[in-house]
Design a protein around this ligand. Structure first.
Ligand code: ZN
Ligand code: ZN
Length: 289
């Protein structure tokens, strides 16, 4: 499916199978999840290099290896994941400081990049021993995985959803939340940290009010850029993951059982379901669906 112009429907198009260039591997896609970022990509004018093939939550098998690829990292048939951050410059001050998620010259999969450059084999872990209380704002695909990892590590999860979305609140409790409620509600106790997955800037002050002194609010969505100006203490804009995050997450994920809640969709139906908020878990597209 090709995205040609802002606001236009995606177009089913026959394309040549690409070759892997130097430093790249070619991946045969097994499945691709869809998230709200795709809705933003579909609406925004000007930014992406159109036409593009949208999609940035990809799982597939390596089927060709270009020159210069580290053979210790990739082999034919290896299962790999391809996330939204598709390229970082490696030389700006953020990259040099190990915060490549904030890179000044990033490339994004299925948005500004039409190639899928950045691959991670087989990260999200707070790495904290002491049990903590984590708030999660926006209980969709990412949240339902994060909640299970946090529970696995002995932390408590508090799930915040759109006001009145009792279905999503029940879903949050099903995947391990101790408490769930409206995003405008106060949790029963102050939280140690909160992560905002929903791309809604007005959640930032709500999350800041829900954490204890010295707590941290992490903005996880791409629209966190809009909230950077608040300059609130304790707020961190992650925007993206780093390669280190991905590797760390996969290490934890392989030590536990994560129950994925997925719904298979045809592409247009998936975007509609996301737009209307009628989805628990991850919307997944696969060949032949
Ligand atoms: Zn996404
Ligand atoms: Zn950089």
């Amino acid at each position: 499916m090709v995205f040609e112009a802002p606001g236009s429907a995606l177009k089913l198009t026959e394309l040549q199978i690409p070759e892997s260039r130097d430093g790249q591997v070619r991946v045969k896609v097994s499945a691709c999840a869809v998230c709200r970022t795709d809705l933003h990509v579909n609406r925004r004018a000007g930014e992406p290099n159109l036409p593009i093939i949208p999609g940035h939550e990809i799982v597939g098998l390596v089927d060709k290896i270009g020159r210069g690829v580290d053979s210790l990292l990739f082999s034919i048939g290896a299962r790999v994941g391809i996330p939204w951050p598709g390229r970082t410059c490696g030389s700006c001050s953020y990259c040099v400081d190990g915060a490549e998620n904030l890179c000044d010259e990033p490339g994004f999969t299925g948005y500004s990049l039409d190639d899928r450059w950045w691959l991670c084999r087989d990260g999200f872990t707070p790495g904290m021993r002491k049990p903590r209380k984590f708030g999660i704002y926006g209980f969709g695909a990412a949240a339902h995985i994060a909640a299970q990892v946090l529970r696995h590590e002995g932390h408590e999860v508090y799930g915040f959803t759109r006001p009145g979305d009792v279905e999503a609140q029940a879903f949050a409790r099903k995947v391990g939340a101790t408490w769930s409620g409206d995003s405008t509600a106060s949790p029963p106790q102050l939280l140690d940290a909160a992560i905002i997955f929903a791309s809604v800037g007005s959640l930032v002050p709500l999350a800041l009010a829900a954490i204890r002194k010295g707590g941290v609010v992490v903005c996880g969505g791409i629209y966190s850029l809009h909230t950077r100006r608040t300059g609130a203490r304790g707020e961190r804009c992650r925007s993206n993951l780093t390669r280190l995050d991905a590797n760390e997450f996969l290490r934890v994920a392989s030590s536990m059982e994560i129950k994925m809640e997925t719904v298979e969709f045809r592409l247009e139906e998936a975007l509609r379901a996301l737009r209307e908020g009628k989805l628990n878990g991850a919307a997944v597209l696969g060949p032949g669906i």
